[in-house]
Every structure is written in C-alpha cells, then in structure tokens.
Write a protein that binds this ligand. Structure first.
Ligand SMILES: [Fe+2]
Ligand SMILES: [Fe+2]
Length: 380
C-alpha cells in the first residue's frame, strides 16, 4: 500500500481505502481500550507488541499507546502534511483591512463581512469541541487520534485568528460572538449542527450498538463532509469575493490558511468514515443521507439570503447557494455516495484556486505563498 499522499490540489479527491472487514470488538472507547490494556499487563496477560491488523477505527482493543505499526499509515501522512501548513494570525498584516473596513466597505459589504465572521467564530468553537470531546475519544487507533489532536489545535488557532481580526478591526466582541443566537439564519446552521452532533458528543454513547454506530458514522460524515467540507469551504467565499476586488486582503489571507486546514480536515474525516463503513460492514441509510443534504442546503440558502440580502459586486445569494450544491456533489462523490444535487454547476470556478496556493503564487503577491513552511508542501 502506498501510504504517501500527494496533493495536486488541496482538495484532491479521496482515494477509496482498502480495509478488511472484521467483527466488532467489545470495547467502546479508546479510553476503555487503554484501561483494558493496562489491566491485561498487570494481570500477566499477553505483553506482545501490537499487531497492526488488530487495530480498529472504533471499538478496538489494541494498545492505544503504541503508535506503530500503523494500520492506517495515511492518517500519519495527514499529520505530517498538516504540520506543513503552520502560521499564526499575528504574522499576517491587517493594516489595510482596518482602513478598508472603516472607509471602503459599503454597508452591504460590511453586513456580509461581519455576519460571515459571526458565523465562523461560533462554528470553529463547535468544531474544536466536537473533534476534541466526541470524535477523538471514540477512535481506537493512535494514528487517527494524533491527527485529530492536531486538528483540535488547528480549530483553536482558527478561533484565535477570528479573535485577532475582531480585535484588530475594533468590532464589538460581545455583539459579534452573540450574533449567532439572535440572527435566525445563522442560528439555523448552528442549531442543525448541534442537533446532528449532540448525541455523539456524549461520552457514554456506546458504539457497540449498531444503531449508535450508524448514527456516529452519519454524524461524522455530516461534520467532515458538510460542516467542514461545504459550509467552511463555501463559507469563506464572500470574503474571498472582497479579496478579489482588493478589499480585506489580510482577513482573506488568514482565511486561506484556515481553508487549507479545513480541506485536510474534510479529506481526513471522509476517509475515516469510509474506512469505518468498510470495517464495520455498515451502509449509510440513503433516506437519512438525503435528508441531511436537504437540511444542509436549506440552512445554507437561508443563511445566504440573509448575509447577501443585498448583493455585493461580483457575488450574490444565488451564486452562494449554487456553489454549495456543486461542492456538496463533490463531497458526496468523495464519500462514495450519490450526488445530492445532480447537474449543479461550478458557478465560482475561482473558489478552488483559493484552496490551491500553487496557483496563487503569481496572483496575490502576498506573503501567503512565500511564508516559511508553506513552501515545504508536497506539490507534484
Ligand atoms: Fe476550523
Ligand atoms: Fe476543521
């Protein structure tokens, strides 16, 4: 198996993994696996090194403190690649953004900018908590957990980035962080995510139960494929639209770094879901999957209608919603599922360029592409 990942593009399709089908083990969480391992050691049971084939995505019993041998070497590669995209928000100049925000943005553009930021601030906290408190503890192979540990850090870094933008631009912190609770269109997306993720966030959610396992797979599919893969990916575009006109370029540059992380989060999560379904011989219920896409599309369209109640130059609500459907089809293909919105067109072809720094080298002429470890990324 060739474990090396090459990124022609940050949003490369996920290659379906080959994984053996095995029967579920009786241990529900990695925490329990750790306790069992210690118990076995002290009781004088087998002290043999871990066999890679004994590892499992969830419900595994292999020692979670032994990184190698890998059963999922691609997960380790994700971790190594993630570490090539490192920055802090302090390293991106925001000086021009302060001027743009105060003097150049129209009221409609300010409305878009602030509400996108309001949505993102809430979303990244939610993302951090979901991966850190719910998903990671259910993984029973350390190579999966170690990438997710990096992901938790990255979600916190994203929150720092938004906070840095908010502070730099002088935006009222109490108001902007509370906005998702008082604006129904923003609240709708967060409420949908909470509804989908709430149950699996419980530490006593037992994955030995097949119905729970299905719910977990569906929830993680929602989180990686829709919440990160569509809502984040597509969610930055209104600010990229401003960037393309020379406005709020510092904020947009910050979001480009975040987008690179999110593309990896999405690709990793989709791969985990696919492996999980194979390993557990599980099929997602197509009726529930379709409902998920439709709910996500309705929430995203309502959000688009609110943030773009007045179109801005080069961008409007219809474009935003159409692009959501196009990206949703891509995620579905990556997941090995039917396209939920057949015929959806790529109405914003420049969006993928935002995720592909290689193409931007001569375009944006900012320090994004020149900056430190970004140059270590593996481009073919
Ligand atoms: Fe994030
Ligand atoms: Fe993420």
């Amino acid at each position: 198996m060739n474990a090396k990942l090459h990124f022609d593009d940050w949003d490369s399709p996920v290659t379906p993994p080959a994984a053996p089908v095995a029967t579920p083990s009786p241990v529900p969480t990695a925490r329990a696996a750790f306790a069992t391992t210690l118990g076995a050691a002290t009781a004088g049971a087998s002290l043999a090194p871990v066999n890679a084939q004994d590892k499992r995505i969830v419900n595994g019993q292999a020692d979670v403190n032994q990184l190698a041998p890998f059963k999922y070497p691609w997960a380790w590669e994700f971790f190594l690649n993630a570490n090539k995209n490192h920055w802090t928000p302090l390293e991106v100049s925001m000086a021009q953004d302060v001027h743009d925000y105060q003097h150049k943005l129209t009221p409609a553009e300010r409305h878009v900018f602030e509400n996108v930021l309001a949505y993102l601030t809430t979303s990244d906290i939610l993302a951090m908590r979901n991966i850190g408190l719910a998903v990671m503890e259910k993984m029973s192979a350390p190579e999966l957990q170690i990438y997710q540990a990096r992901q938790v850090y990255e979600e916190a870094l994203h929150t720092w980035t938004y906070q840095h933008c908010i502070e730099t631009l002088g935006i009222d912190q109490q108001e902007i962080y509370n906005r998702y609770r008082v604006v129904p269109a923003i609240h709708g997306k967060i409420a949908l995510a909470n509804r989908r993720l709430e149950r699996v966030m419980r530490s006593d959610f037992d994955l030995r139960d097949r119905d729970n396992l299905h719910e977990f797979a569906l929830s993680y599919m929602f989180f990686a494929g829709i919440f990160e893969g569509c809502w984040f990916y597509n969610g930055f575009t209104p600010i990229f639209a401003l960037q393309r006109r020379g406005l709020m370029k510092g904020t947009a540059e910050q979001l480009q770094y975040i987008m690179r992380d999110e593309v990896l989060h999405c690709a990793f999560g989709i791969r985990v879901v696919r492996e999980l379904l194979k390993e557990e011989n599980l099929t997602l219920d197509p009726v529930q999957v379709k409902q998920l896409w439709d709910e996500a599309e309705a929430a995203e369209s309502a959000y688009a209608q609110y943030i773009l109640r007045e179109p801005i130059l080069g961008y409007n609500a219809d474009l935003h919603s159409a692009q959501f459907r196009f990206i949703a089809n891509r995620r579905a293909r990556q997941l090995g599922l039917a396209e939920p919105f057949p015929g959806a067109e790529n109405v914003l072809p420049w969006l993928d360029e935002q995720a592909n720094m290689r193409k931007e080298k001569n375009f944006f002429e900012t320090r994004v592409t020149e900056y430190q470890s970004g140059g270590g990324l593996s481009w073919d």
